[in-house]
Unconditional design. Structure first.
Length: 331
C-alpha cells in the first residue's frame, strides 16, 4: 500500500445501474463463487475470530470492509452472512450481552456507481453502511480500525499496466493478445485481525476469445490493428506461490488457509449468453475507453457466437474456472 494520492488511479468500474447489461443483473457467477466458500468463511469465523478479546475492550462496534464491492447485490449478501455468523459466535460463547453494533465499509473506486449501491441497500439490515471511495492500493482506513476485511474478485485488477506491455521492443509486448497471464486470478485482502482472501480464475480461454474477436474485427477494418496491439486488460492472475511470497514479503500477516475451489460446479445454469453478459458487465467500460462505444454490441455478439461454437465443439460444460481462497491473519 502507498499513501501517494497525487494521481487518480486507473479504474475500470463494472457496468453501472440495474439495466440488462449491468453488473447488478450479471454477477451471479461471482455470487456462486462466494457461495462455494461460504461454509469455509463460517468455519474461519468459528475457529479464528477472537470475540472474547473484542468483547473485553470498550469497543462496541465491529467494523467490516468489503474491498472492491462494486454495485451489489453480492456485497450485501456476503456482508450480512458474515455478520450473522459473528453474531452466532457471540451467542454461542455466552457473550450475547456484549453483542457489538456492526458497521460495514463498502469500498470501491470513486468511479463505481455508489448511487445504485446505496439505493439498493437492503431496507432491513443489521449494519450501518458507510461508503469508502478510493483505490484499496492507497490508505483507506485508520491504523488497526477494522476487525474483518473481505475482498472477492477484485484483486486481479492491476492499478497500472506494466509498461513493458506497451513497449514493442520488450519480450512482454502483447501483440494480438489482450491479457498477460492465465491461470489463477487472485483476490486478496489484508485483514485486522482477520482477512478473507479469495481469488478466482475464469479460464484464459475467455480472454483469448475476446482477443480473437478483436483481431477479426481489425482484419475486417472495423477497428485499427494497432489499437488491438496496444490493448491489454489490466488483470493479473497470480499463482498461489506468488501470493504466498507476497504475504511473506509484506510480513504483517500469517496465511491461515489457502485452497483452490471450483465455483464452476455451482453455476451449471450459466449459459453462453449469460457468460457473455457477465463479461460485458465487467469489461464494457475498459473496452469502450480504448476502442470507443460503437464497437461494443458487435464485439460481444461475435464473442457470444465464438464461445458458443467452441462450447458445442467441446461437448462439455463451459469451465468457468477455479478460485483461490485465502485467509490471512494479522500478526
Ligand atoms: C468483478 S467486481 C467484484 C465485485 C464484488 N466483490 C463481487 O464479488 O461481486 C470487481 C470490483 O473491484 C473493484 N476494484 C478493482 N480494483 C480496485 C481498487 N484498486 N480499489 C478499489 N476497488 C477496486 C472494481 O471497480 C469492481 O467494482
Amino acid at each position: 500500500m502507498s499513501n501517494n494520492t497525487d494521481t487518480v488511479p486507473e479504474s475500470y468500474p463494472m457496468n453501472s445501474g440495474d439495466g440488462t447489461n449491468s453488473y447488478t443483473k450479471n454477477s451471479y457467477f461471482q455470487r456462486a463463487a462466494t457461495n462455494v466458500v461460504k461454509a469455509k468463511i463460517d468455519d474461519v469465523i468459528a475457529e479464528k475470530l477472537d470475540v472474547k478479546k473484542n468483547s473485553s475492550t470498550s469497543e462496541s462496534t465491529f467494523r467490516l470492509a468489503d474491498l472492491g464491492c462494486s454495485v451489489g447485490p453480492n456485497t450485501f449478501l456476503t456482508m450480512q452472512n458474515i455478520i450473522d455468523v459473528v453474531q452466532q459466535k457471540y451467542q454461542s460463547q455466552g457473550l450475547a450481552s456484549h453483542m457489538p453494533e456492526f458497521q460495514v465499509f463498502f469500498n470501491d473506486h470513486v468511479s463505481n456507481d455508489f448511487n445504485t449501491l446505496f439505493a439498493s441497500l437492503p431496507p432491513r439490515r443489521s449494519f450501518f453502511a458507510t461508503g469508502v471511495p478510493g483505490s484499496f492500493h492507497d490508505w483507506l482506513f485508520p491504523e488497526s480500525s477494522l476487525h474483518f476485511v473481505y475482498s472477492s474478485y477484485a484483486l486481479q485488477w492491476l492499478s497500472k499496466l506494466p509498461e513493458e506491455l506497451l513497449n514493442k521492443n520488450s519480450a512482454a509486448w502483447n501483440k494480438g493478445r489482450v491479457h498477460y497471464a492465465s491461470g489463477l486470478m487472485v483476490l486478496i485482502i489484508p485483514g485486522i485481525p482477520n482477512g478473507i482472501h479469495r481469488s478466482s480464475a475464469p479460464t484464459g480461454m475467455i480472454f483469448d476469445f475476446l482477443g480473437l474477436c478483436l483481431i477479426d474485427m481489425a482484419k475486417e477494418g472495423l477497428i485499427i490493428e494497432a489499437q488491438v496491439n496496444t490493448f491489454n486488460l489490466p488483470v493479473y492472475v497470480a499463482s498461489p506461490k506468488e501470493m504466498t511470497q507476497l504475504v511473506e514479503t509484506n510480513g504483517c500477516f500469517n496465511i491461515e488457509r489457502m485452497e483452490i475451489t471450483q465455483p464452476g460446479a455451482r453455476v451449471d445454469g450459466l449459459s453462453g449468453q449469460a457468460l457473455t453478459k457477465h463479461l460485458r458487465a465487467g469489461l464494457e467500460g475498459i473496452i469502450s475507453k480504448h476502442f470507443g462505444t460503437k464497437i461494443i454490441d458487435e464485439l460481444f455478439d461475435r464473442f457470444s457466437k465464438k464461445q458458443q461454437e467452441s462450447f458445442n465443439l467441446l461437448e462439455s460444460k463451459y469451465n468457468v474456472g477455479t478460485q483461490l481462497f485465502m485467509v490471512l491473519k494479522r500478526i
